[in-house]
Design a protein around this ligand. Structure first.
Ligand code: CTP
Ligand code: CA
Length: 239
């Protein structure tokens, strides 16, 4: 219902969406990961198809079906996500992607090394220490390369909580500036409000200082709001 009659304002565009959460292996059976389900990324991909785009979805551990008409690439780790997203954005023979939306939750750190066999308990009560290194920031790299000098619109997502250092929006505005992306979609997750839920409430911040609040609604509704903001930011005329 929310898809039929959508404006075809992404006609002729190639967009890349990342979804899900990356997992960093500790040993053959264990990983460091997060609880992202991938549903917001799937909604972004589905809505982009409805608005006329050619869509590449890079899915990190998403255990849900692919929306019709979407090209999907499955990945596991942040490094795999990075390689697949940069490739999808930059290596298209038809030119760089027109927009990329990083809805995925990449693990910020990975174990310095992965054990080749299962980590065993010592039996004497001593515990292992896991040393971590920071993963590359894909969003920052996308801003730096813009699909090889093209005008790729770069969109980030952030789940924030307010704290002693500022409100949700203070943190989000700082993150937008730090990352240098065009748009940042901010979810207020104070008190477990978003994870695994159907309903979302968000604000779309624009690097030019503007912000558009998105009323509580479905992930599909938020996806429409995100693509509207992308079209506005890029100045694409409706066809
Ligand atoms: N992101 C990314 N690569 C990373 C980490 C995050 O591309 N290694 C992207 C996410 O996909 C998201 C945006 O950056 O679109 C913001 O992610 P977030 O986790 O909020 O930002 P971080 O810089 O990791 O900051 P924090 O310390 O708050 O986790
Ligand atoms: Ca992070």
């Amino acid at each position: 219902h929310v898809l039929s009659g959508a404006p075809r304002d992404l006609e002729g565009r190639h967009v890349v969406v990342s979804a899900g959460g990356t997992r960093e292996p500790l040993d053959p059976v264990r990983y460091l990961g997060n609880r992202s389900s991938g549903r917001q990324g799937l909604a972004l991909a589905e809505v982009a198809v409805a608005r006329g785009a050619r869509v590449t979805l890079v899915a990190a551990n998403v255990e849900r079906p692919t929306p019709a008409g979407v090209r999907r690439i499955d990945v596991g780790t942040t490094e795999e996500l990075r390689a697949a997203v940069l490739d999808a954005v930059g290596s298209d023979p038809a030119g760089a992607a027109d927009a990329v939306v990083m809805a995925a939750a990449p693990a910020d750190f990975r174990p310095t090394s992965t054990e080749g066999s299962k980590i065993k308990k010592t039996g004497d009560g001593t515990t292992p220490t896991i040393e971590l290194v920071e993963n590359p920031d894909i969003l920052v790299e996308l801003v730096r390369t813009r699909g090889g000098g093209g005008g790729t619109v770069v969109v980030g997502f952030a789940a924030e909580t307010g704290d002693a250092n500022g409100s949700v929006l203070d943190h989000a505005r700082r993150k937008l500036q730090r990352k240098g992306c065009d748009l940042l979609v901010v979810n207020d997750v104070s008190g477990d409000r978003v994870f695994g839920r159907d309903e979302t409430e968000a604000v779309v911040l624009d690097a030019d200082g503007g912000s558009v609040p998105v009323p509580p609604g479905s992930k599909t509704a938020l996806a429409h709001a995100v693509w509207e903001a992308v079209v506005r930011r890029a100045g694409w005329a409706p066809t």
